[in-house]
Design a protein around this ligand. Structure first.
Ligand SMILES: Cc1cc2nc3c(=O)[nH]c(=O)nc-3n(C[C@H](O)[C@H](O)[C@H](O)COP(=O)(O)O)c2cc1C
Length: 470
């Protein structure tokens, strides 16, 4: 009974089809090579009908749930990849093909999802002062992140449970990013092992590790050492999730499905309260004795430094004061992030934190690399935030390379891999490449070095409301 618990779709669906022909439910939502990719040949016994003793069972009719039928139909009706013009198109297809419970996990924000919405709305407050008559025919958006080459000033922000959306899970991101020269931050709790991900990467490909400090120090150290052995190049220590946020959309998803199937539960006089899993699909945070809520500046950074030589980046810095502390602790980078609006409700949008940091403490940018993430879904076509990021090429650099600033994207990669697998991942990178280059050219920037804060103004009015997803 070990695998059912690990199954991305939950144990229920496996038990429902146990010993029966699950082809009709399985095929539409799994790629044809999923069995070859996931089972060693000795575990693959052959077609069910050919195995003696199970023939009678294979004819049993299994009723598919309404959600399974919807997903199967949506998979057949996906538009050709060439008709995906932007990341919002990709999100739309993903939404249609994702099982309801995966949708709930991926889209969920915390509480009333105010932070989630505000992360996106923040982009509507920054406008350009474009420069013209500058030679931009040759435009180069490539950069270095922690000294490693990247085709674009962006990377994958690790988001757990990619296999809820696609059986090959994070491997799709690895393969798509390998071809596109984009760096992937791999979650410590990824649905595919870090070794498999490293094996799927090209020799020249860069991987970073996202780390949760759990209360089991030995397990945390083992994870870091394994990542070092496998050639991961940096540790992103997540600091904004000492406990899991309250994601009700995810918790409710099981009840939504019950309702859809006409199996709603009603209160009966005398009913006691049943136990509810309030962590939803984030229960994985309980692995290794749960998250360490006692992390501190004084103890955790020196401890991490004592167990690894890899660069240390703090993921989840949410205010100027903590950015300054991080610089004082001489970490290698900070990722301004509120976990995609999934942790503290009313956490400041990372874009606003970035703006405040540049205004109030521009010196912080001299000592470390600064990244942001959160709702960077459509912004490349609407606003290129790169310009408000001050780029520094400083001699005081501890490493012999140019310090760069970049942005992380979480959900867009989950959506792309869920909708079209590896090809979807490569597709969104190509979309982002085109959008970034076009924006740079229209701004009069031939390289990222030409993007300066002067090109951007924060306004106190908002443009006509766009529709926000939810
Ligand atoms: C489904 C999902 C799972 C996530 N899992 C993790 C995780 O395991 N560790 C972590 O540090 N951040 C996790 N994040 C946060 C992302 O790394 C990132 O900060 C966030 O998704 C950025 O916002 P975006 O999705 O709008 O791009 C997760 C986000 C999502 C949406």
């Amino acid at each position: 009974m070990v695998y059912p618990k690990k199954h991305p779709g939950g144990p229920g669906i496996l038990l429902k089809y146990a010993g029966k022909d699950a082809s009709a439910a399985y095929e539409p939502i799994h790629p044809p090579d999923a069995i070859q990719q996931n089972l060693v040949p000795s575990q693959c016994l052959g077609p069910l009908a050919e195995i003696s003793g199970v023939q009678e069972m294979s004819t049993e009719v299994i009723e598919r749930t309404k959600d399974e039928i919807r997903v199967a139909q949506a998979m057949k009706e996906r538009p050709p990849l060439s008709r995906i013009l932007n990341l919002a198109d990709m999100e739309k297809v993903a939404k249609s093909v994702l099982p309801h419970s995966a949708q709930a996990f991926y889209f969920a924000g915390t509480d009333d999802e105010v932070s989630l919405r505000e992360n996106r709305r923040a982009f509507d407050r920054f406008f350009f002062h474009a420069r013209v008559m500058r030679a931009v025919r040759k435009c180069d958006p490539s950069t270095k992140i922690l000294g490693y080459d990247s085709a674009l000033p962006l990377f994958v922000s690790g988001a757990a449970q990619a296999s809820l959306g696609h059986p090959l899970g994070e491997l799709n991101i690895t393969r798509g990013c390998g071809k596109s020269n984009i760096i992937q931050m791999v979650c410590g709790f990824a649905s595919v092992s870090r070794a498999e991900i490293a094996a799927a990467a090209l020799p020249s490909q860069t991987l970073f590790l996202q780390l949760y400090r759990t209360r089991n120090e030995e397990a945390t150290v083992n994870l870091i050492q394994e990542a070092e052995r496998l050639g991961y190049k940096a540790i992103f220590l997540t600091v904004d999730a000492v406990v899991v946020g309250n994601r009700e959309r995810d918790v409710r998803s099981i009840w939504d499905l019950e309702k859809e199937e006409g199996k709603n539960r009603y209160y009966e006089e005398g009913d006691g309260e049943e136990e509810i899993n309030l962590l939803g699909k984030s229960s994985f945070a309980n692995r290794n004795d749960g998250l360490d809520a006692d992390m501190s500046w004084e103890l955790t950074i020196p401890w991490l430094r004592s167990v690894t030589k890899l660069p240390i980046i703090l993921k989840g810095i949410q205010c100027v004061q903590d950015a300054v502390l991080a610089a004082e602790m001489k970490v290698d980078g900070i990722l301004l992030s509120n976990h995609g609006g999934r942790q503290l409700e009313y956490a400041m949008p990372p874009l606003e934190v970035l703006f405040q940091l540049r205004q109030r403490r521009p010196d912080v940018f001299d000592g470390l690399e600064v990244y942001i993430d959160g709702e960077l879904l459509e912004c490349f076509s609407n606003i290129n935030f790169q310009d408000i990021i001050r780029r520094r090429y400083t001699a005081r650099n501890r490493f012999a390379f140019h310090r760069a600033t970049a942005v992380g994207l979480g959900r867009p990669f989950l959506f792309a891999l869920s909708a079209y697998g590896e090809a979807g991942v490569a597709k969104i990178v190509s979309i982002l490449q085109r959008e970034i280059v076009t924006s740079m050219q229209l701004l009069g920037a031939a390289s990222l070095r030409d993007l300066t804060p002067k090109l951007v103004e924060r306004v106190d009015w908002e443009p006509v409301k766009r529709e926000y997803k939810l």
